[in-house]
Write a new protein. Structure first.
Length: 366
């Protein structure tokens, strides 16, 4: 048996119990899906305590890999270790990709390095910057409750002919189920039937397969709330399925912003913010509003090397040119650094509390 704890990005961490069989399935599945060769050189930019390092502690042993470890995440150290040890593979959340691609130490790699990302929907702009440095990015989706990545953005060769920005957009989708998993679906919240595969119909992402957790430690009520008797696990993530069958996460159900009856995906707003040349990190949460109920509130950290910092109005106008007006942040808060969990995920629950403490905004009805 193995016990992991969730990262606590939306609520208190929960103890997740996995069995030996589930971990074995996930380990073999991960090696196959990422096409890991014999004797890779693996750099641990992903915490081993985060969902068992997506099962790569066992995976690297199975293929005779060399493990390169570091005590803290630092872009300069990462680039030096890549050069010194000939690193071939590494993993990390999108925040890791953002840090290595925004670092003053970033420079094109002498040899390509495979990097697997998951943990949050990666902005296409971040994927584009990372791949331009010579990293070969693969993208997947999973949770602590699935022991690793059970959805993969399986790459199609014809997509290589697309412009770089369009390739990055396609790669930002989560993808299709991996070979070791059983079923992935997106269900309408009312009918509980599969949503239409049109890339627009929203529903909750559900899983069924052999690497699912046995349950939450000493929390039978919490287990019953997300796992059904016939084996389905309800993730709490909101997504769509595109006509080609590829899944795309739109948000966590707790992070959806409801403004004037319209559902706003914080992920979509963040993706636009990440394209601003001055933005280093961005997170969008709901702020109470007197008329609309809620409006988007953006928390932004800026790049350190800026000679001139943009104003709140300039950030809002930038978004207004790229988003429907109801999705545009009505408040922008600049912070030196956004709060993160130990696994590098932004603590949105803390930002929601800050936005709530700011009081209700008074946004024009027009």
């Amino acid at each position: 048996m193995i016990l992991n704890y969730t990262s606590g990005t939306t609520s208190s961490p929960k103890g997740v119990v996995h069995c030996h069989r589930g971990i074995f399935i996930m380990t073999v599945d991960a090696l196959i899906d990422w096409s890991v060769p014999k004797q890779p050189v693996y750099l641990w930019t992903l915490a081993m305590f985060h969902a068992n390092g997506w099962s790569f502690p066992w995976g690297m042993a199975a293929v005779g890999g060399t493990n390169i470890c570091l005590r803290k995440f630092d872009a300069a150290i990462i680039y030096s270790l890549i050069r010194k040890h000939g690193v071939t593979h590494m993993c990390g959340a999108p925040v890791v990709l953002n840090m290595i691609s925004n670092s003053p130490d970033s420079k094109p790699l002498q040899k390509p390095v495979h990097i697997l990302t998951a943990g949050a929907p990666p902005p296409a702009a971040v994927l584009f910057r990372t791949e331009s440095l010579g990293f070969i990015v693969s993208h997947g989706y999973g949770l602590t409750e699935t022991a690793g990545l059970v959805v993969s953005c399986a790459w199609k060769s014809q997509w290589n002919r697309l412009p770089a920005t369009e390739r990055a957009r396609m790669k930002s989708r989560q993808g299709v189920r991996t070979i070791g998993f059983t079923e992935v679906d997106v269900l309408d919240p009312e009918s509980r039937l599969s949503v239409t595969h049109d890339g627009e119909s929203l529903g909750e992402i559900v899983f069924r397969g052999g690497s699912l957790m046995l349950g939450y430690l000493n929390d039978p009520d919490g287990t019953r709330k997300c796992m059904t008797d016939d084996g389905w696990f309800y993730t709490g993530d909101v997504g769509v399925i595109h006509p080609d069958g590829y899944l795309e996460i739109k948000d966590r159900s707790k992070d959806i912003i409801i403004s004037g009856g319209e559902n706003i995906s914080s992920v979509e707003v963040e993706s636009v913010l990440y394209t601003h040349p001055a933005v280093n990190e961005a997170a969008v949460v709901a702020r109470p509003d007197e008329f609309w109920g809620e409006t988007p509130c953006a928390f932004v950290s800026l790049k350190a090397e800026l000679t001139r910092k943009p104003t709140e109005k300039e950030i809002i106008e930038y978004c207004r040119a790229k988003l429907p007006h109801y999705m545009v942040p009505k408040t922008v808060v600049f912070k030196e650094e956004l709060p993160k969990t130990s696994t590098g995920k932004i603590k949105k629950f803390e930002l929601r509390e800050i936005a709530k403490a700011m009081g209700k905004s008074r946004v024009s009805r027009l």
